[in-house]
Design a protein around this ligand. Structure first.
Ligand code: SAM
Length: 215
């Protein structure tokens, strides 16, 4: 097992045994929810979603509750154990897959791929966007939200190493390189005082957002 995976397992194990029971807020990401809600309505067949680095499953569970046939991948077995508990409580059953997204493979095609707060470095993110482009069905949408390189200076929580933080330039370039049509690519400033992501923090947070579509 890689050190990084073992560290994530340990973080989830500690959080689950602790007071809050969870590492993250349990509700889905507000911006993600707004974007997905605005997508064109489903046809007759259920739409398929892939949530990458699902953690304890907050976005995957919300997607499943809203009719998406959802697959959720994370390499932390501890995270997925919590995600399964939360899904059961919510009365939904996304397919949870324990694997590193760097070497997971699938022949399935998805109408939506979501990625929130997966920080891997520029080259792995470019490679991941290439793979995501291959997993999207024609017309499918990818939504990526992660900590922006300006997040640290703004006082936001999260990783401090600029090498793993995102910029709109990186995601735009990677999406275009993967043959996707960029619909939105920008920095998002969130005021922590009213921030549903971290209600107990002061200061601001800066995210990078990408919404792109397979033509
Ligand atoms: C900051 S958490 C975000 C969780 C979730 N997306 C959310 O927003 O609540 C990052 C997640 O990425 C997962 N992760 C990191 N590297 C990964 C990899 N190579 N493959 C799969 N999951 C990975 C970790 O286990 C962790 O659950």
């Amino acid at each position: 097992m890689s050190d990084v995976r073992a560290e994530w397992d340990e973080r989830y194990r500690e959080a689950h045994g602790g007071h809050h029971g969870s590492l993250w807020v349990s509700h889905p990401h507000a911006e993600l929810r707004a974007i997905v809600t605005g997508l064109p309505p489903a046809g007759a067949a259920p739409r398929r979603a892939l949530d990458i680095a699902t953690g304890d499953g907050r976005n995957a569970i919300w997607l499943a509750r809203h009719g998406w046939q959802t697959t959720a991948v994370d390499f932390s077995a501890q995270a997925l154990a919590i995600a399964r508990e939360h899904a059961e409580e919510a009365g939904v059953a996304p397919e949870f897959v324990c694997a590193s997204i760097l070497d997971w493979a699938t022949d399935d095609r998805f109408d939506l791929v979501t990625v929130t707060y997966l920080h891997l470095g520029d080259e792995p993110i470019r490679a991941l966007l290439q793979r995501i482009a291959g997993w999207l069905a024609p017309g499918g949408t990818v939504v990526m939200i992660g900590h922006d390189v300006d997040n640290v200076a703004a006082g936001g929580h999260g990783p401090a190493d600029p090498a793993v933080l995102w910029t709109p330039a990186l995601l735009r370039d990677a999406a275009l390189g993967a043959g996707l049509v960029v619909e939105r690519c920008e920095s998002l400033l969130r005021d922590a005082a009213a921030d549903p992501e971290k209600p107990d923090e002061e200061g601001a947070s800066v995210d990078t957002l990408l919404v792109a579509r397979r033509p």
